[in-house]
Design a protein around this ligand. Structure first.
Ligand code: BES
Ligand code: ZN
Length: 470
């Protein structure tokens, strides 16, 4: 038996012994309500960053908390291994707001295990997932003194608000962050017991449109008909976002879209997926979407627009005859490769301006945007990931795209020149961003094992000259 095989066996044993501790670690982090979108949670954001920093320091890794104009970034690295590649592991310690609170079976920041699943906000997105890589590195450290490759952990606190401060950070620290490949676990498997490597993510462009009419709310009987109602106008504009074929109606919206290839369409059609099971999962009897595409195609590789929040008029109990002074909507587009969020903002403004009648003023807030990405599958790193996943999950991964966004992936390519491996350990029904978010403890431990194997697979690669030098 080779030395490496001995170490891998020792790591398996270490991970089994350490499993309860690995779960307790995750629960500690999940108890911190690090909601990035809500400013009152700033101290919790700081606590989460401190927790990670302390964790890395306790492992003997170099670690620092970098302040930004927003939330801090934790950057840590494992002891240098000469002649091995450098891997950038990205994750985010911030979470989405837990609303609607009343729908949680157990409180969002009191991690609770039910039927093998750990329920808490951030369980799968992304604390549980990125922690698998920290746990695997820790196991290598306990077993062999250090992981066999150079790992840089870049864990940020603003992913859920569009990563506004991460690009400047990448630019400023580009040489420190030089690496050969990036690894992110913040996506999902295709199905239970069917792990996946994701090669495409959609981008995003997020807006809020506020329409203002009269100075204050008015009696709808006295004033209705004489005053333009901003809520009436808003729903008309929102209704115009799509045509009757389910296509987005903003001029030029589809111009740059990279079409699905025939091969992709054939491959998606072969995945074990039925509309019926999907509809049952989300509790609907059917769906309307862009004509000419299957459900998976629409969710993964076609651009969309969805309203995310609507505010206007009387929301309390019973009826109130009011003509509201204001109406607003939050809405966002999911973009596919080559669509440019900036170009969309410009055409959206023009398109809205044409629809504003007399008596209404409007304001469009541009929250954040990121382009869609496709990552190359043609690299030795992908082959390593395939083998590692097979070791951790007992099954080879399928290759998929997903509909969510991880804004920094495109910047890793542009600024650092590296492709990202998107290795999702979650499940589609883990309730990311929804009540009762969960992460299967089995997936947590399988993710840790796959990650431990990934470092070993990477260690066998020759280091490409001139890249990722330490
Ligand atoms: N983990 C998700 C990204 C994701 C979701 C990937 C579903 C694949 C499938 C990530 O934390 C996320 O939610 N990103 C935001 C980004 C946005 C706020 C800029 C998203 O997709 O809404
Ligand atoms: Zn998320």
């Amino acid at each position: 038996m080779t030395n490496m095989q001995n170490i891998m066996l020792a790591i398996q044993t270490d991970l089994s012994q350490h499993a309860p501790r690995a779960e307790a670690d995750l629960c500690e982090l999940l108890r911190i309500p690090s909601v990035s979108a809500i400013s009152a949670h700033a101290p919790d954001i700081q606590r989460a960053a401190d927790w990670l920093h302390g964790y890395f320091r306790d492992l003997g890794y170099q670690s620092a908390i970098h302040a930004t104009p927003g939330h801090p970034i934790v950057l840590a690295r494992t002891p240098a291994v000469d002649g091995a590649i450098t891997v950038l592991v990205y994750g985010h310690y911030d979470v989405q707001p837990p609303d609607p609170l009343g729908q949680w079976i157990s409180p969002p920041f009191e991690p609770t295990v039910r039927q093998g699943n750990l329920f808490a906000r951030g369980a799968t997105d992304d604390k549980g997932q990125f922690l698998t890589h920290v746990q695997s590195a820790a196991s290598w450290t306990r077993t062999a003194g250090a992981p066999p490759v150079n790992l840089i952990f870049l864990i940020e606190g603003e992913e859920e608000i569009g990563s506004p401060n991460l690009v400047p950070f990448l630019q400023r620290h580009a040489s420190e962050l030089a690496c050969d490949v990036a690894v992110i676990s913040d996506t999902s498997q295709f199905a239970p017991d069917l792990p996946a490597i994701t090669y495409g993510l959609r981008g995003i462009a997020y807006y809020e449109l506020t329409l203002t009419g009269p100075r204050q709310d008015l009696h709808s009987g006295t004033f209705g008909g004489g005053v333009t109602n901003p809520a009436n106008v808003l729903v008309k504009i929102l209704g115009n976002l799509h045509d009757s074929h389910g296509r987005v109606a903003i001029p030029g919206f589809y111009d740059a879209v990279v079409p699905l290839t025939d091969r992709e369409r054939q491959e998606y059609a072969q995945l074990p997926f039925t509309d019926q099971a999907f509809f049952e999962q989300v509790g609907v009897s059917g769906a309307f979407g862009e004509a000419g595409y299957t459900t998976l195609e629409r969710r993964w590789a076609r651009p969309t627009c969805d309203i995310n929040g609507l505010t206007s008029g009387y929301q309390g109990e019973g009826a109130k005859t009011v003509l509201p002074a204001r109406a607003s909507a939050k809405f966002s587009f999911r973009l596919v490769p080559r669509q440019d969020p900036h170009a969309l903002s410009a055409s959206l403004r023009e398109w809205i301006a044409e629809q504003i009648p007399a008596g209404i003023t409007w304001e469009l807030t541009d929250f954040h945007g990121a382009p869609g990405v496709l990552v190359s599958l043609d690299s030795p790193y992908v082959a390593c990931a395939q083998r590692a996943i097979e070791q951790g999950f007992g099954r080879a991964p399928v290759f998929i795209r997903e509909g969510g966004s991880i804004p920094i992936v495109g910047d890793f390519k542009e600024i650092l020149g590296v492709d990202t491996l998107l290795l999702g350990w979650g499940q589609n029904d883990d309730n990311m961003h929804s009540p009762n978010e969960k992460f299967s403890l089995a997936d947590y431990h399988r993710g840790i094992r796959a990650s431990a194997a990934l470092w070993e697979e990477f260690a066998k690669l020759p280091r490409p000259a001139g890249k990722g030098n330490v």
